[in-house]
Design a protein around this ligand. Structure first.
Ligand code: SF4
Length: 418
Protein backbone atom coordinates (compact mmCIF):
# COMPACT_ATOMS: atom_id res chain seq x y z
CA UNK A 1 0.00 0.00 0.00
CA UNK A 2 1.73 3.24 -1.06
CA UNK A 3 2.06 6.09 1.40
CA UNK A 4 0.29 9.41 0.92
CA UNK A 5 1.47 12.96 0.31
CA UNK A 6 0.18 13.84 3.73
CA UNK A 7 2.19 11.13 5.53
CA UNK A 8 5.33 12.42 3.88
CA UNK A 9 4.50 16.08 4.46
CA UNK A 10 3.88 15.46 8.17
CA UNK A 11 7.55 14.45 8.51
CA UNK A 12 8.94 17.50 6.73
CA UNK A 13 10.37 20.45 8.74
CA UNK A 14 7.55 22.76 7.53
CA UNK A 15 9.87 25.76 7.68
CA UNK A 16 9.22 27.00 4.13
CA UNK A 17 12.77 28.34 4.15
CA UNK A 18 13.51 27.86 0.43
CA UNK A 19 16.91 26.27 1.06
CA UNK A 20 16.03 23.31 -1.19
CA UNK A 21 15.38 25.77 -4.08
CA UNK A 22 11.67 25.21 -3.63
CA UNK A 23 9.68 27.99 -1.96
CA UNK A 24 7.68 25.66 0.27
CA UNK A 25 7.90 22.31 2.02
CA UNK A 26 4.74 21.14 0.24
CA UNK A 27 6.42 21.55 -3.16
CA UNK A 28 9.51 19.73 -1.89
CA UNK A 29 7.25 16.95 -0.57
CA UNK A 30 5.74 16.50 -4.04
CA UNK A 31 9.16 16.49 -5.65
CA UNK A 32 10.57 13.95 -3.21
CA UNK A 33 7.50 11.76 -3.76
CA UNK A 34 7.89 12.01 -7.54
CA UNK A 35 11.65 11.29 -7.33
CA UNK A 36 12.62 14.77 -8.60
CA UNK A 37 14.45 15.72 -5.38
CA UNK A 38 16.17 13.71 -2.67
CA UNK A 39 15.36 14.16 1.03
CA UNK A 40 18.98 15.15 1.80
CA UNK A 41 18.55 18.23 -0.42
CA UNK A 42 16.50 19.71 2.40
CA UNK A 43 19.25 21.32 4.50
CA UNK A 44 17.26 21.46 7.75
CA UNK A 45 16.42 17.76 7.42
CA UNK A 46 20.01 16.78 6.85
CA UNK A 47 21.71 19.27 9.21
CA UNK A 48 19.45 19.63 12.24
CA UNK A 49 19.68 16.82 14.82
CA UNK A 50 15.99 17.21 15.75
CA UNK A 51 15.00 16.01 12.26
CA UNK A 52 17.36 13.00 12.19
CA UNK A 53 14.60 10.49 12.90
CA UNK A 54 12.26 12.19 10.41
CA UNK A 55 14.89 11.90 7.69
CA UNK A 56 15.16 8.17 8.30
CA UNK A 57 11.37 7.76 8.20
CA UNK A 58 11.13 9.82 5.01
CA UNK A 59 13.72 7.59 3.35
CA UNK A 60 11.73 4.56 4.44
CA UNK A 61 8.50 6.01 2.99
CA UNK A 62 10.22 6.86 -0.28
CA UNK A 63 11.58 3.32 -0.45
CA UNK A 64 8.10 1.87 0.12
CA UNK A 65 6.46 4.20 -2.39
CA UNK A 66 4.36 7.35 -2.17
CA UNK A 67 1.24 7.94 -4.16
CA UNK A 68 1.42 11.33 -5.75
CA UNK A 69 -0.60 12.83 -8.56
CA UNK A 70 -4.10 11.94 -9.54
CA UNK A 71 -5.18 8.43 -10.39
CA UNK A 72 -6.02 7.53 -13.96
CA UNK A 73 -5.58 9.54 -17.09
CA UNK A 74 -7.64 12.54 -18.00
CA UNK A 75 -8.02 13.33 -21.66
CA UNK A 76 -8.72 16.84 -22.87
CA UNK A 77 -12.28 16.04 -23.91
CA UNK A 78 -13.13 15.11 -20.34
CA UNK A 79 -12.31 18.54 -18.98
CA UNK A 80 -14.94 21.18 -18.33
CA UNK A 81 -18.45 20.48 -17.03
CA UNK A 82 -18.88 16.81 -17.75
CA UNK A 83 -22.08 15.72 -16.11
CA UNK A 84 -25.38 17.40 -15.34
CA UNK A 85 -28.40 15.44 -14.08
CA UNK A 86 -31.34 15.77 -11.65
CA UNK A 87 -30.47 15.48 -7.96
CA UNK A 88 -31.19 12.06 -6.46
CA UNK A 89 -32.70 13.59 -3.31
CA UNK A 90 -34.58 16.53 -4.87
CA UNK A 91 -35.91 15.89 -8.37
CA UNK A 92 -36.47 19.57 -9.22
CA UNK A 93 -32.81 20.40 -8.45
CA UNK A 94 -29.69 19.86 -10.53
CA UNK A 95 -26.38 18.16 -9.76
CA UNK A 96 -23.29 18.78 -11.85
CA UNK A 97 -19.67 17.70 -11.99
CA UNK A 98 -16.73 19.50 -13.52
CA UNK A 99 -13.26 18.22 -14.24
CA UNK A 100 -10.53 20.85 -14.28
CA UNK A 101 -7.10 20.45 -15.82
CA UNK A 102 -4.03 22.65 -15.77
CA UNK A 103 -0.94 22.65 -17.92
CA UNK A 104 0.35 24.22 -21.10
CA UNK A 105 -2.59 25.05 -23.36
CA UNK A 106 -4.98 23.64 -20.78
CA UNK A 107 -3.76 20.09 -21.35
CA UNK A 108 -4.17 17.85 -18.33
CA UNK A 109 -1.03 17.50 -16.25
CA UNK A 110 -1.66 15.56 -13.08
CA UNK A 111 1.88 14.38 -12.32
CA UNK A 112 1.71 16.08 -8.93
CA UNK A 113 -2.09 16.09 -8.59
CA UNK A 114 -4.34 19.05 -9.26
CA UNK A 115 -4.91 20.88 -5.97
CA UNK A 116 -2.39 21.17 -3.16
CA UNK A 117 -4.46 19.74 -0.28
CA UNK A 118 -3.05 22.18 2.30
CA UNK A 119 -3.66 25.25 0.19
CA UNK A 120 -7.07 23.85 -0.84
CA UNK A 121 -8.26 23.77 2.77
CA UNK A 122 -6.61 27.07 3.72
CA UNK A 123 -8.26 28.81 0.76
CA UNK A 124 -11.72 27.35 1.36
CA UNK A 125 -11.54 28.71 4.89
CA UNK A 126 -10.53 32.15 3.61
CA UNK A 127 -13.20 32.48 0.91
CA UNK A 128 -15.85 34.35 2.83
CA UNK A 129 -18.83 33.40 0.68
CA UNK A 130 -18.72 29.68 1.62
CA UNK A 131 -20.56 28.40 4.70
CA UNK A 132 -19.97 25.28 6.85
CA UNK A 133 -16.50 24.68 5.43
CA UNK A 134 -15.23 21.18 6.11
CA UNK A 135 -11.92 20.25 4.58
CA UNK A 136 -9.45 17.46 5.18
CA UNK A 137 -5.87 18.06 4.03
CA UNK A 138 -5.07 14.37 4.59
CA UNK A 139 -7.90 13.21 2.29
CA UNK A 140 -7.67 16.20 -0.02
CA UNK A 141 -11.44 16.75 -0.04
CA UNK A 142 -13.37 19.90 0.81
CA UNK A 143 -17.11 20.32 1.34
CA UNK A 144 -18.82 23.70 1.58
CA UNK A 145 -22.29 25.15 1.41
CA UNK A 146 -23.22 28.04 -0.79
CA UNK A 147 -26.78 28.95 0.14
CA UNK A 148 -28.80 25.75 -0.36
CA UNK A 149 -26.14 24.13 -2.50
CA UNK A 150 -23.47 21.68 -1.44
CA UNK A 151 -20.14 21.83 -3.22
CA UNK A 152 -17.56 19.07 -3.04
CA UNK A 153 -14.01 19.68 -4.20
CA UNK A 154 -11.45 16.92 -4.69
CA UNK A 155 -7.69 17.25 -4.88
CA UNK A 156 -7.69 15.67 -8.36
CA UNK A 157 -9.57 18.68 -9.79
CA UNK A 158 -13.16 17.45 -9.67
CA UNK A 159 -15.87 19.78 -8.41
CA UNK A 160 -19.38 18.51 -7.66
CA UNK A 161 -22.39 20.72 -7.06
CA UNK A 162 -25.65 19.43 -5.59
CA UNK A 163 -29.05 21.05 -5.15
CA UNK A 164 -28.45 23.74 -7.77
CA UNK A 165 -31.58 25.51 -9.05
CA UNK A 166 -30.83 24.88 -12.71
CA UNK A 167 -27.98 24.33 -15.13
CA UNK A 168 -26.89 28.01 -15.11
CA UNK A 169 -26.86 28.06 -11.33
CA UNK A 170 -24.74 24.87 -11.29
CA UNK A 171 -22.22 26.26 -13.77
CA UNK A 172 -22.04 29.62 -11.99
CA UNK A 173 -21.36 27.81 -8.70
CA UNK A 174 -18.66 25.60 -10.20
CA UNK A 175 -16.97 28.66 -11.67
CA UNK A 176 -17.13 30.50 -8.34
CA UNK A 177 -15.63 27.51 -6.51
CA UNK A 178 -12.91 26.93 -9.09
CA UNK A 179 -11.95 30.61 -9.23
CA UNK A 180 -11.73 30.91 -5.46
CA UNK A 181 -9.26 28.01 -5.52
CA UNK A 182 -6.84 29.21 -8.18
CA UNK A 183 -4.10 29.70 -5.61
CA UNK A 184 -4.22 25.97 -4.73
CA UNK A 185 -3.67 24.66 -8.28
CA UNK A 186 -0.42 22.78 -8.67
CA UNK A 187 1.57 24.04 -11.62
CA UNK A 188 3.62 21.81 -13.96
CA UNK A 189 6.75 22.86 -12.00
CA UNK A 190 5.31 21.31 -8.81
CA UNK A 191 4.64 24.64 -7.07
CA UNK A 192 1.19 25.80 -6.15
CA UNK A 193 0.18 28.74 -8.31
CA UNK A 194 0.34 30.97 -5.23
CA UNK A 195 4.05 30.15 -4.93
CA UNK A 196 4.54 30.73 -8.65
CA UNK A 197 2.78 34.07 -8.25
CA UNK A 198 4.97 34.98 -5.24
CA UNK A 199 8.15 34.97 -7.35
CA UNK A 200 9.23 31.75 -5.61
CA UNK A 201 9.29 29.67 -8.79
CA UNK A 202 12.54 29.91 -10.71
CA UNK A 203 11.02 28.60 -13.95
CA UNK A 204 8.19 31.08 -14.20
CA UNK A 205 10.24 34.10 -13.20
CA UNK A 206 11.36 34.22 -16.87
CA UNK A 207 8.55 32.43 -18.62
CA UNK A 208 4.86 32.78 -18.21
CA UNK A 209 3.42 30.35 -15.67
CA UNK A 210 1.55 27.65 -17.64
CA UNK A 211 -1.48 27.85 -15.36
CA UNK A 212 -1.79 31.62 -15.55
CA UNK A 213 -0.54 31.89 -19.15
CA UNK A 214 -2.98 29.38 -20.55
CA UNK A 215 -5.73 31.07 -18.62
CA UNK A 216 -6.41 29.47 -15.23
CA UNK A 217 -8.81 26.55 -15.67
CA UNK A 218 -12.39 27.46 -16.38
CA UNK A 219 -14.94 24.65 -16.04
CA UNK A 220 -16.87 25.81 -19.06
CA UNK A 221 -13.90 26.06 -21.40
CA UNK A 222 -12.22 22.81 -22.43
CA UNK A 223 -9.42 24.33 -24.52
CA UNK A 224 -7.35 27.39 -23.80
CA UNK A 225 -5.21 29.44 -26.09
CA UNK A 226 -2.00 30.97 -24.75
CA UNK A 227 -2.24 34.63 -23.82
CA UNK A 228 0.03 37.45 -24.93
CA UNK A 229 2.52 38.47 -22.27
CA UNK A 230 3.19 41.58 -20.29
CA UNK A 231 5.40 42.24 -17.24
CA UNK A 232 3.92 42.32 -13.76
CA UNK A 233 5.22 45.92 -13.66
CA UNK A 234 1.99 46.91 -15.44
CA UNK A 235 -0.08 45.48 -12.60
CA UNK A 236 -1.03 48.76 -10.90
CA UNK A 237 -1.98 50.46 -14.19
CA UNK A 238 -4.11 47.53 -15.29
CA UNK A 239 -5.93 47.28 -11.99
CA UNK A 240 -6.99 50.97 -12.21
CA UNK A 241 -9.17 50.14 -15.23
CA UNK A 242 -11.13 47.34 -13.56
CA UNK A 243 -14.50 47.56 -11.84
CA UNK A 244 -13.22 45.29 -9.10
CA UNK A 245 -10.19 47.50 -8.40
CA UNK A 246 -11.41 48.38 -4.89
CA UNK A 247 -10.67 44.82 -3.68
CA UNK A 248 -7.16 44.94 -5.09
CA UNK A 249 -6.47 48.46 -3.83
CA UNK A 250 -7.80 47.66 -0.37
CA UNK A 251 -5.56 44.58 -0.40
CA UNK A 252 -2.52 46.70 -1.30
CA UNK A 253 -3.41 49.15 1.48
CA UNK A 254 -3.48 46.29 4.01
CA UNK A 255 -0.19 45.00 2.60
CA UNK A 256 1.43 48.43 2.97
CA UNK A 257 0.28 48.58 6.58
CA UNK A 258 1.50 45.04 7.26
CA UNK A 259 4.83 45.89 5.70
CA UNK A 260 5.24 49.05 7.80
CA UNK A 261 4.50 47.00 10.89
CA UNK A 262 7.16 44.51 9.82
CA UNK A 263 9.72 47.33 9.46
CA UNK A 264 8.79 48.61 12.92
CA UNK A 265 9.06 45.12 14.46
CA UNK A 266 12.36 44.31 12.75
CA UNK A 267 13.91 47.58 13.89
CA UNK A 268 12.79 46.79 17.41
CA UNK A 269 14.33 43.31 17.11
CA UNK A 270 17.66 44.69 15.94
CA UNK A 271 17.76 47.03 18.96
CA UNK A 272 16.24 44.86 21.67
CA UNK A 273 16.58 41.26 20.32
CA UNK A 274 12.84 40.86 20.64
CA UNK A 275 9.81 42.09 18.71
CA UNK A 276 6.43 42.98 20.13
CA UNK A 277 4.15 39.90 19.85
CA UNK A 278 1.02 41.98 19.26
CA UNK A 279 2.66 43.67 16.25
CA UNK A 280 3.46 40.26 14.76
CA UNK A 281 -0.15 39.14 15.31
CA UNK A 282 -1.41 42.32 13.64
CA UNK A 283 0.76 41.57 10.59
CA UNK A 284 -0.76 38.08 10.36
CA UNK A 285 -4.28 39.50 10.62
CA UNK A 286 -3.63 41.99 7.85
CA UNK A 287 -2.23 39.26 5.62
CA UNK A 288 -5.39 37.19 6.14
CA UNK A 289 -7.40 40.26 5.03
CA UNK A 290 -5.22 40.61 1.91
CA UNK A 291 -5.82 36.99 0.95
CA UNK A 292 -9.57 37.33 1.46
CA UNK A 293 -9.63 40.43 -0.75
CA UNK A 294 -7.50 38.68 -3.38
CA UNK A 295 -10.00 35.79 -3.57
CA UNK A 296 -12.87 38.24 -3.89
CA UNK A 297 -11.01 40.09 -6.65
CA UNK A 298 -10.29 36.82 -8.53
CA UNK A 299 -13.89 35.63 -8.28
CA UNK A 300 -15.52 38.95 -9.20
CA UNK A 301 -13.20 40.10 -12.02
CA UNK A 302 -14.73 38.92 -15.27
CA UNK A 303 -11.71 38.58 -17.58
CA UNK A 304 -9.55 35.59 -16.52
CA UNK A 305 -6.26 37.31 -17.29
CA UNK A 306 -7.20 40.37 -15.26
CA UNK A 307 -8.47 38.13 -12.47
CA UNK A 308 -5.06 36.40 -12.40
CA UNK A 309 -3.58 39.66 -11.04
CA UNK A 310 -5.25 38.70 -7.77
CA UNK A 311 -2.82 35.79 -7.53
CA UNK A 312 0.07 38.28 -7.51
CA UNK A 313 -1.61 40.12 -4.65
CA UNK A 314 -1.81 36.85 -2.72
CA UNK A 315 1.74 36.02 -3.79
CA UNK A 316 3.15 39.21 -2.22
CA UNK A 317 1.10 38.44 0.90
CA UNK A 318 2.68 34.95 1.00
CA UNK A 319 6.19 36.42 0.78
CA UNK A 320 5.45 38.94 3.50
CA UNK A 321 3.83 36.31 5.68
CA UNK A 322 6.97 34.14 5.48
CA UNK A 323 9.22 37.15 6.10
CA UNK A 324 7.21 37.98 9.24
CA UNK A 325 7.31 34.31 10.20
CA UNK A 326 11.12 34.42 10.10
CA UNK A 327 11.07 37.35 12.53
CA UNK A 328 8.56 35.54 14.72
CA UNK A 329 10.85 32.48 14.91
CA UNK A 330 13.73 34.73 15.98
CA UNK A 331 11.59 36.36 18.65
CA UNK A 332 10.54 33.02 20.10
CA UNK A 333 14.09 31.65 19.99
CA UNK A 334 16.08 31.48 23.22
CA UNK A 335 19.36 32.05 21.37
CA UNK A 336 21.98 34.62 22.19
CA UNK A 337 21.92 37.27 19.45
CA UNK A 338 24.93 39.25 20.60
CA UNK A 339 27.24 37.85 17.91
CA UNK A 340 28.09 40.55 15.30
CA UNK A 341 27.81 37.84 12.60
CA UNK A 342 24.09 37.45 13.41
CA UNK A 343 23.48 41.18 13.48
CA UNK A 344 25.19 41.68 10.12
CA UNK A 345 23.26 38.85 8.46
CA UNK A 346 19.94 39.87 9.99
CA UNK A 347 20.37 43.55 9.02
CA UNK A 348 21.15 42.50 5.47
CA UNK A 349 18.15 40.11 5.33
CA UNK A 350 15.82 42.85 6.60
CA UNK A 351 17.24 45.34 4.09
CA UNK A 352 16.73 42.89 1.23
CA UNK A 353 13.11 42.33 2.28
CA UNK A 354 12.44 46.07 2.77
CA UNK A 355 14.00 47.12 -0.52
CA UNK A 356 12.24 44.32 -2.39
CA UNK A 357 8.87 45.53 -1.19
CA UNK A 358 9.73 49.14 -2.04
CA UNK A 359 10.98 48.22 -5.51
CA UNK A 360 7.75 46.35 -6.21
CA UNK A 361 5.56 49.20 -4.99
CA UNK A 362 7.52 51.93 -6.82
CA UNK A 363 8.13 49.78 -9.95
CA UNK A 364 11.88 50.33 -9.67
CA UNK A 365 13.69 47.89 -11.98
CA UNK A 366 17.20 49.06 -11.08
CA UNK A 367 16.59 48.40 -7.39
CA UNK A 368 15.25 44.95 -8.29
CA UNK A 369 18.50 44.10 -10.10
CA UNK A 370 20.55 45.29 -7.14
CA UNK A 371 18.58 43.04 -4.80
CA UNK A 372 19.49 39.97 -6.88
CA UNK A 373 23.23 40.80 -6.44
CA UNK A 374 22.79 41.52 -2.76
CA UNK A 375 20.96 38.26 -2.22
CA UNK A 376 23.76 36.35 -3.95
CA UNK A 377 26.32 37.98 -1.60
CA UNK A 378 24.07 37.34 1.39
CA UNK A 379 23.73 33.64 0.50
CA UNK A 380 27.51 33.15 0.36
CA UNK A 381 28.03 34.77 3.76
CA UNK A 382 25.07 32.89 5.15
CA UNK A 383 26.44 29.50 4.05
CA UNK A 384 29.86 30.21 5.63
CA UNK A 385 28.19 31.23 8.89
CA UNK A 386 25.88 28.20 8.80
CA UNK A 387 28.87 25.85 8.57
CA UNK A 388 30.63 27.54 11.48
CA UNK A 389 27.97 28.41 14.00
CA UNK A 390 25.81 26.01 15.99
CA UNK A 391 22.68 28.24 16.12
CA UNK A 392 21.24 26.74 12.93
CA UNK A 393 17.57 27.52 13.72
CA UNK A 394 18.35 31.19 14.03
CA UNK A 395 20.26 31.22 10.77
CA UNK A 396 17.42 29.46 8.94
CA UNK A 397 14.96 32.08 10.23
CA UNK A 398 17.25 34.88 9.01
CA UNK A 399 17.59 33.21 5.61
CA UNK A 400 13.81 32.90 5.34
CA UNK A 401 13.51 36.69 5.63
CA UNK A 402 16.09 37.27 2.87
CA UNK A 403 14.93 34.62 0.41
CA UNK A 404 11.31 35.76 0.49
CA UNK A 405 12.50 39.33 -0.08
CA UNK A 406 14.44 38.03 -3.08
CA UNK A 407 11.33 36.25 -4.43
CA UNK A 408 9.36 39.46 -4.06
CA UNK A 409 12.00 41.38 -6.00
CA UNK A 410 11.44 39.07 -8.99
CA UNK A 411 7.80 40.04 -9.24
CA UNK A 412 8.30 43.18 -11.28
CA UNK A 413 9.80 41.30 -14.19
CA UNK A 414 7.46 38.36 -13.92
CA UNK A 415 5.52 37.71 -17.13
CA UNK A 416 1.74 37.95 -16.86
CA UNK A 417 -0.95 37.41 -19.46
CA UNK A 418 -2.89 40.17 -21.22
S1 SF4 B 1 14.74 23.18 2.60
FE1 SF4 B 1 13.24 24.42 3.72
S2 SF4 B 1 11.54 24.69 2.25
FE2 SF4 B 1 12.79 23.01 1.49
S3 SF4 B 1 11.79 21.20 2.35
FE3 SF4 B 1 13.43 21.75 3.72
S4 SF4 B 1 12.46 23.04 5.28
FE4 SF4 B 1 11.04 22.93 3.54
Amino acid sequence: MPHSFHELYSLMPKLDCGLCNNPSCSTMTRKIAAGDNEPKECLPLSALPRFKENLQKIRQLVHEGIEIGAKGTVVNEETGVTYIHPCITEADKIAAEARLASGVGGSPDLKYGFYDPLQLCATLNLAEFFQDVKCSPSLGIGRVHLGDKTVLIYKDGRINVRQAKDKEDAIHTIRQASRSLWSAIICTCGNTSIDCASGGCEECSDEICPVIGGGPPDPTVANWSPARQTGASTIFERVKTLETRKHFENGMKQLDEAFNLFKQASLQFLNEHSADGSTLILIEEKIVQVNKLAIRFIVETSNVYDAALGLILSGVATDLSRIADGLKSLTSSKSDFSSPAFTRLLSEAINIAAEAYNSFRTVNFEETRQIAFRFEGFSKKWMETFREMPQKNVLIAIEKIAVNGFYMSRLLTKPLPI
